[in-house]
Design a protein around this ligand. Structure first.
Ligand code: SF4
Length: 176
């Protein structure tokens, strides 16, 4: 575990069960795929859905880097956290092999792209008036993103890292 986390571990769930882990991973995967669908028609030079291609590469690269820079120094390294990613990290990277500062910057992946994609898709839909399926996917994308907030908060609330993780949604008041 990274030194900066060591003194701030609190009692939490030691190992999460597979069903909620699978559910939360499915939720993220669905949101990423829907985002790719929404970006598909927005910019297609030479007929290529370039934004979707860029998005797909970004998802894969950032997710791998997060497993190194966040998860390799986490309390749940080689354990089943609420996303199961501690196990994935231990299969790919040595313990503490990342940089927590880089990990913190990479976590912007969860904050910046969703509203940017939503805004891009909304502007595209208003200007181009696409088929109803596009609008339905847009509504589903918004719904799942909103639903992900309480789900994330619940997972963070059970996590032993909740008082120290920079991305925790369940810190006690007054904790920095
Ligand atoms: S709790 Fe977060 S940082 Fe720790 S292993 Fe799970 S996903 Fe990675």
């Amino acid at each position: 575990m990274y030194k900066c986390y060591k003194d701030k571990i609190v009692p939490g769930t030691e190992s999460f069960s597979l069903l909620p882990i699978a559910g939360e991973n499915l939720l993220y995967l669905t949101m990423w795929v829907l985002a790719g669908y929404l970006l598909w028609p927005v910019w297609t030079p030479l007929g290529l859905p370039l934004l979707t291609i860029i998005w797909g590469v970004l998802v894969v690269v950032v997710q791998i880097l997060l497993k190194k820079h966040n998860c390799s120094g986490c309390y749940y390294y080689d354990k089943l956290c609420h996303l199961g990613w501690g196990k994935i990290s231990s299969a790919m990277f040595k313990q503490n092999s990342g940089d927590p500062n880089v990990g913190m910057k990479l976590s912007l992946f969860y904050i910046v792209p969703p509203p940017a994609i939503l805004l891009t898709a909304l502007v595209f839909a208003i200007i181009e008036d696409p088929v109803w399926i596009y609008w339905s996917v847009l509504v589903l994308f918004i719904t799942l993103n909103v639903a992900s907030f309480p789900i994330r908060k619940k997972g963070c609330g059970l996590c032993a890292m909740r008082e120290t993780c920079p991305g925790s949604a369940a810190k006690s008041k007054g904790t920095t």
